[in-house]
Design a protein around this ligand. Structure first.
Ligand code: CU
Length: 357
């Protein structure tokens, strides 16, 4: 890059005097030679950096660089037992041991070099199909790996947006139903507006051999999955994953952004935060936003970005407003602390039976 600035300096000199022309031409030639050498030595290639992979519901930090990079990502597919609900265990299939897998964050124009390593203890082949990929299968065929093996794919993130990634190993519906999905954010070149807090939430539906709440290790029911009758509809892989001491936390005055996706396999989400209005929604994670939205519909294999400012303290509940699903687990919470704002909201005469909101 330094070579180009020398060349632009040379152009300035051309404008100043004819006597400097010889010097200027020499500088241009030197600059071109330098650029050619930089290409040959690789010094002109974009920088390489490791993707930041955080525990749920963490979001990688915003990208501040102004040029493209090669972002190196390594995901391990692993089949691991976890808690789907209180007293209910489930054999999840995962990226990096969590449902959803870690959120990935790159910049429009970046090249992503992604390695999928299938844990040696897995019983199944796995792969990754990223909806941010322009290429066959979203990378699925190129990354299909048997247990103990790994594969690498490289793609250019051409389109900004928030995209689902998921396993598409046959049959893909079983791999998705068992928990193999996550989100990749491709930031636009100009970046996103600064906010105070960002969260990562993915909704999905689970189908168990036993009924809702039946204790013990529960096997996967493909039959219920085909008939689209989930026993659980949850945020971030399990009932209660965003409740109690795992609730999201923010302060009065904060502007919050939620990167929200739906892994499915089957059910869309009517995503809503009780007691808040989304100031902005990027519906289906498109580039244009809408303002003042109460509930946004997010399809399986889709995502949305929602933003809202917190004006008053309290507990704000995340739900799928297909409200029966709250009983199946589609419930989370943002605990907002800070000074009361009675001019915006106040209980003038408290009711006898507070709902707990
Ligand atoms: Cu898989």
């Amino acid at each position: 890059m330094r070579a180009w600035s020398v060349r632009s300096l040379a152009h300035h000199k051309v404008g100043w005097s004819w006597s400097g022309l010889g010097v200027s031409l020499a500088l241009v030639l030197l600059a071109l030679l330098g650029a050619a050498m930089a290409c040959r030595t690789g010094a002109g290639l974009p920088p390489r950096e490791e993707a930041q992979l955080l525990p749920l519901p963490g979001v990688p930090v915003p990208i501040t660089r102004k040029g493209p990079a090669t972002v190196v990502v390594r995901l391990d597919t692993a089949e691991a037992r976890g808690q789907l609900a209180d007293g209910v265990e489930y054999e999840y299939w995962t990226f990096n041991g969590t449902v959803p897998g870690p959120m990935l964050r790159v910049r429009e124009g970046d090249t992503v070099e992604l390695t999928v390593h299938n844990d040696a203890a897995s019983k199944h082949p796995h792969n990754i199909d990223l909806h941010a990929v322009t290429g066959p299968g979203g990378g699925a065929a190129a990354t299909t790996v048997v247990p103990g093996q790994e594969a690498t794919v490289r793609f250019k993130a051409l389109n900004p947006g928030l995209y689902i990634y998921h396993c598409a190993a046959p049959p893909p519906y079983d791999h998705i139903a068992n928990g193999m999905y996550g989100l990749i954010l491709v930031e636009p070149k100009a970046g996103l507006a600064k906010v105070d807090r960002e969260f990562y939430v993915v909704q999905s539906d689970f189908y168990t051999q036993g009924g809702h709440g039946e204790k013990g290790l529960q096997g996967y029911s493909q039959q219920k999955m085909f008939s689209e009758q989930p026993d659980y509809v949850v945020f971030n892989g399990a009932v209660g994953s965003l409740l109690g001491d795992k609730a999201l936390r923010a302060s009065v005055g904060d502007t919050v952004r939620i990167y929200f996706g739906v892994g499915g396999p089957n059910k869309p989400s009517s995503f809503h935060v009780i007691g808040e209005i989304f100031d902005r929604v990027y519906p289906e994670a498109a580039s244009e936003s809408m303002q003042n939205v109460q509930t946004t519909l997010v399809p399986p294999g889709g995502a949305a970005i929602v933003e809202f400012k917190l004006e008053v303290p309290g507990n704000f509940i995340l739900v799928d407003h297909a409200i029966g699903r709250v009983a199946k687990g589609a419930l989370g919470m943002i605990i907002v602390e800070g000074p009361e704002a009675p001019e915006i909201f106040q209980a003038v005469k408290q009711g006898q039976a507070a709902s707990g909101h």
